[in-house]
Design a protein around this ligand. Structure first.
Ligand SMILES: *Cc1c(COP(=O)(O)O)cnc(C)c1O
Length: 344
C-alpha cells in the first residue's frame, strides 16, 4: 500500500512508464512554426474527434477558454454561462481582463442551466444594453459535481443561442468522461457548439496540453492570440505524443474512474454524519457535505491527510474527492476506512 492516496484532483496523475516511453521517442519540430509532426497529428485527430474543421494545440484548458472568448467576443460583450463554471470562478478574472467581456451567470441545476433559463436571460438588442454574444456550457460540469449535460439539452441550448444570433462555446475539460459514461460521441455532444476543447491533463493523465477546435476561421484567429499571449511553444510534440497516447490508452479506462467514484459515493452515503446526493455523482467527481456538528471541511481534510488520504475542501462543509488513473479500488477502500474512523 502506498503511503499517500490523492483524491484532490484528476490533475494529480503522473505520466505512466509507457507514456514516458512514447514521449521519449516522440518525433518533434518547431511547433510555433507549424513544424512539429506530433502536434500536427494530434490537432488533426482532435478536430476529427470533435467534429470540427480545425484545431489548435494550447498549453492549458484555461488558455482554450480565454482565447475562445477573445476570438468570439469584443470588449463589452456579454457571455451567458452557469454560475458555477470554471470561467467565472477559476480563471483569475480572465474573461474581464483578457477578452473584456461581462459574464451573465445563471443558477443552473448542478451546473446545467435550462432552455427556459437561457430564454429568460436573452436581452432585446437595445443601444443601452450590453451586446450578448456567446453562450458557454461545461461538459461535464465540474462544480456541478461532474454532472453530464444531456445531449438533447445541449442541442436545445445551442438552437436557442443560434436562433438569437449568439455563438456557443463548450468547455470540454472532462468531455471524454461524459462520452465514456453516456456512450454519446464527443462530436455529437459538440455539434451545436462553435468551439469546443478537451483537456489532456485531467483524467487522461498527461503532464499538460489541451486542444481547442472550431471552424478554420476561428482557429486562424485563435492562432494569432496564442502567439500574442505567449502560448506558442517549440518541441512540444513531447507532450503532444503523450496526449495522442492518452487518446489511445486512457479514454475507455475512464469507466474505471467512474466505477471507483460510485463505490466511494455509496460508501460515503452509508456513513452517518456525511451527506451526499448520489444522483449527482455521474462521472469521476464526488462532492459530499459534513452534517456532523463540530467538524468542518478544513478539519476533516487535514485529519484525512494525517491518515494518508488527500481530499479537497470546496466550501466550509463541502469536500470533493476525484477519482483518476492513480487511485484504484483499494485507494477507495482506504479513503472510506479513514472517513469511517473520523466520523465514528
Ligand atoms: C481544469 C479545468 C479547466 C482549466 O484547465 P487547465 O488545463 O487546468 O487550465 C477549465 N474548465 C474546467 C471545467 C476544468 O475542470
Amino acid at each position: 500500500m502506498s503511503a499517500f492516496v490523492d483524491f484532490f484532483s484528476d490533475t494529480k496523475t503522473r505520466p505512466t512508464a509507457a507514456m514516458r516511453q512514447v514521449m521519449a521517442n516522440a518525433e518533434v519540430g518547431d511547433e510555433r512554426a507549424g513544424e512539429d509532426p506530433s502536434v500536427n497529428r494530434l490537432v488533426e485527430r482532435c478536430a476529427n474527434l470533435l467534429g470540427k474543421e480545425a484545431a489548435i494545440y494550447l498549453p492549458s484548458g484555461t488558455m482554450c477558454n480565454e482565447i475562445a472568448l477573445a476570438v468570439h467576443c469584443r470588449p463589452g460583450d456579454e457571455v451567458i454561462c452557469d454560475a458555477s463554471c470554471h470561467l467565472f470562478g477559476f480563471e483569475g478574472g480572465g474573461p474581464a481582463a483578457l477578452a473584456g467581456v461581462m459574464l451573465h451567470s445563471l443558477p443552473g441545476d448542478r451546473g446545467r442551466f435550462s432552455a427556459a433559463q437561457l430564454q429568460a436571460a436573452l436581452r432585446p438588442d437595445r443601444p443601452y444594453a450590453p451586446r450578448q454574444r456567446l453562450v458557454e456550457v461545461e461538459q461535464t460540469a465540474n462544480l456541478g459535481g461532474g454532472t453530464i449535460w444531456p445531449l438533447a439539452q445541449l442541442d436545445e441550448i445551442a438552437a436557442i443561442a443560434h436562433g438569437h444570433g449568439l455563438l456557443t462555446h463548450m468547455d470540454g475539460a472532462r468531455l471524454l468522461n461524459a462520452v465514456v459514461a453516456s456512450g454519446v460521441s464527443a462530436a455529437d455532444y459538440a455539434r451545436g457548439y462553435d468551439s469546443v476543447w478537451i483537456d489532456f491533463s485531467k483524467g487522461l493523465g498527461t503532464p499538460g496540453g489541451a486542444v481547442l477546435a472550431g471552424s478554420a476561421g476561428f482557429i486562424h484567429e485563435a492562432l494569432r492570440l496564442k502567439l500574442r499571449w505567449g502560448g506558442a511553444m517549440r518541441q512540444s510534440g513531447i507532450i503532444a505524443a503523450a496526449c495522442d497516447y492518452a487518446l489511445d490508452q486512457h479514454v475507455q479506462r475512464l469507466a474505471d474512474d467512474h466505477a471507483n467514484a460510485q463505490a466511494l459515493a455509496q460508501g460515503i452515503a452509508a456513513i452517518e454524519g456525511l451527506r451526499i446526493d448520489l444522483a449527482g455523482v455521474q462521472t469521476n467527481l464526488v462532492y459530499f457535505d459534513i452534517a456532523r456538528e463540530g467538524l468542518d471541511a478544513p478539519a476533516l481534510c487535514s485529519r484525512l491527510l494525517a491518515r494518508g488520504v488527500r481530499m479537497g475542501e470546496m466550501g466550509p462543509r463541502t469536500v470533493r474527492a476525484v477519482t483518476h488513473l492513480d487511485v484504484d479500488a483499494a485507494a477507495v477502500e482506504r479513503a472510506l476506512a479513514a472517513l469511517r474512523v473520523e466520523l465514528a
